[in-house]
Design a protein around this ligand. Sequence first.
Ligand code: HEC
Ligand code: HEC
Length: 429
Amino acid sequence: HRILTLGITGFDSPILNSSIPEARQSLSVIPELLLIIQPDSKILDDVKQIAAKAKEYCDSNPNFNTFNRVVFITEYLNPLSQKLNLFQKEERIPAVERNRPLKATAATLFDENAFDVNGFVASNEYRYSDEKAILGEKLFYDKSLSKDGNRSCASCHNPEKAFTDGLKTNVSLKGRNLNRNTPTLTYASFQNAQFWDMRQLDLEKQSVDVIQNEDEMHGSLAAIHSKVSSDREYIQLFQKAYPKSGKTEAWQIQNAISSYVRSLNSFDSRFDSYMRGNKNSINAEEIQGMNLFMGKAKCATCHFTPLFNGTVPPNFAKTEHEVVGTPEDASGKRLSEDRGRYIFNQLPQLKGAFKTPTLRNVAVTAPYMHNGAFATLEEVVEFYDLGGGTGLGLSVENQTLPTDKLNLTAAEKKALVAFMKTLTDKRYN
Ligand code: HEC
Ligand code: HEC
């Protein structure tokens, strides 16, 4: 998994471009190690063969920019991972039971059920259940949660737009523009921190933050609690969601809403379908875009495959923030004044650092960036091609995005955008 997510994308060695020879080296070690454990296994012989072919592939394609990652992943790495999984099953090697984001039973990173939202919950009582999500869904759309009864979570997180609002920034209850663009809630549960500046570590705390925020909903958890505790329909839903509890408690409101957010990850985009072996689900231009994304354009060094956010594989234990130098607006004349992470932690390198957002469903979540500076994906790609804020000629302290130009051709830029559009889940297409 490490070879796929970090090795061939250049994350492990972004400067030297030596990723491909390194991936080749890692591959040659796997079968040798396993054959020590189990010298006569048909599956391991297959593993050895696939690994040998993969090595050959690396040998004949050593160039970082032209290496065809799509072929490499689908023809070699996925089958290799599947065989190893089969070996584990046949030998009855138990999967380590641990709360972790990537399930030990997943044969590849692209399995429909490869990821476990419970790998990101803060405590056992917060674990996901469908009953909690059903209760959470009702709360999510319930306007009476807000002080004046005219706003629900869905007022800004509209399910038609993959839970965004299509606005540069939404307006506060007092009619003022909010500072930040509304992010998608799809796949938000696969992050170790919430909000553009990562100020909340878990979804449970995050929902109270919003409910009580006077710009957003200006409600109070206590008021909501007393309301739901006297509503017959809610009481029933709470009983189903928390059968052992016997009464409705305030933390359950937070946990139920968060559980609904945790249910919004369907992993059924055309990209997923392709990775699961359906060769017809994406076309040649989109494949070119995927290769650029994981190669020459270096996008996957921050938007990690397959979640396409900043949660770092293969352990998914940490979500990263980066300084890309986002401007105030698309004219690119001034740097955004939002200091991001720095507001909460005054280290110079955190000035203008924002969480790397997921690109899943990005085709339907315009406008883009923490401030909605860019209206289209084409504008975003142009920004990266120039080298981010520094490339625009702005003075960006500590930009973590490489400042050199990507030198993408017009066709390559188009392919990158086409690829990002394959990341849309079925229900938003
Ligand atoms: C007035 C519009 C508005 C309302 C109402 C609203 N949100 Fe948000 N939401 C936002 C904005 C804007 C942000 C980004 C704020 C930031 O990063 O500083 C956000 C961020 C989030 C995030 C973090 C996602 C991420 O990837 O960082 C979650 C989760 C979330 N909202 C859930 C909810 C829930 C649950 C409710 C209802 C209880 C809700 N929101 C109500 C506008 C809204
Ligand atoms: C150095 C890390 C890094 C690299 C490399 C990178 N990104 Fe990003 N990306 C980010 C961060 C951080 C943000 C949020 C910036 C902000 O809000 O100001 C972001 C935001 C985006 C967004 C907006 C998403 C949204 O929901 O608003 C898109 C689209 C995007 N990146 C695409 C790309 C593409 C395409 C590439 C490759 C050409 C790329 N990124 C390379 C870190 C990176």
